[in-house]
Design a protein around this ligand. Structure first.
Ligand code: HEM
Length: 155
């Protein structure tokens, strides 16, 4: 019995948690910046939780990469697989863009923590988390995606 189908379900669900925490962090930072609100303990918890959920997704993604039949085929038949859109999506585009998104998010979180003023903290979260969100949204295999479609929810 392989862990693959279970991890795929976890990875699929975690996507929603990543998006929810990211969007909530962004909304609070944007609102906080516009209204001149302090960067509260709740904002810190949210900033940190968003990065933590993304790191869990990163770990799940890396493990999946080594046990998925799709990426296994990609790695072992590279010259043919690179021309097959659906295989290449997980072998290259999805993994590299998501890796970059989580790196951006991590840098943003660390930078926000170190900023001196509350306004700077809010601004840093807005800028870096927005870039991460755009990258993530662009590389999720949405059910409507022409690149590779996967279900909205996997059971
Ligand atoms: C925020 C980051 C990420 C999100 C939101 C995300 C989202 C997803 C989603 C929605 C799927 C489809 C699951 C399904 O079939 O129902 C998937 C599949 C997959 N992801 Fe990610 N992912 C992320 C990061 C990563 C990273 C960093 C890697 C690798 C380094 C990775 C590797 C994979 C692999 C290998 C598959 C499955 C391919 C297969 O079906 O065999 N993911 N991801």
């Amino acid at each position: 019995m392989t862990a693959f189908p279970y991890l795929l379900i976890i990875h699929s669900w975690l996507r929603w948690l990543v998006l929810a925490t990211l969007i909530l962090s962004l909304y609070r930072a944007w609102h906080g910046k516009r209204s001149g609100l302090p960067f509260t303990k709740t904002d810190h918890i949210l900033r940190f939780s968003t990065a933590t959920v993304a790191h869990l997704q990163l770990i799940a993604g890396i493990v999946l990469y080594f046990i998925s039949p799709v990426t296994d085929y990609f790695m072992h038949h590279f010259s043919e697989a690179v021309h097959e859109r659906q295989i290449r999506f997980f072998g290259m585009e999805h993994s590299l863009v998501m890796l970059s998104a989580i790196t951006v998010l991590t840098i943003g979180s660390a930078k926000a923590k170190r900023k001196k003023t509350d306004a700077e903290k809010h601004r840093t979260v807005v800028v870096w988390y927005t870039i991460a969100l755009v990258l993530i949204l662009s590389s999720i295999p949405w059910a409507f995606s022409p690149l590779t479609a996967r279900p909205w929810i996997r059971w």
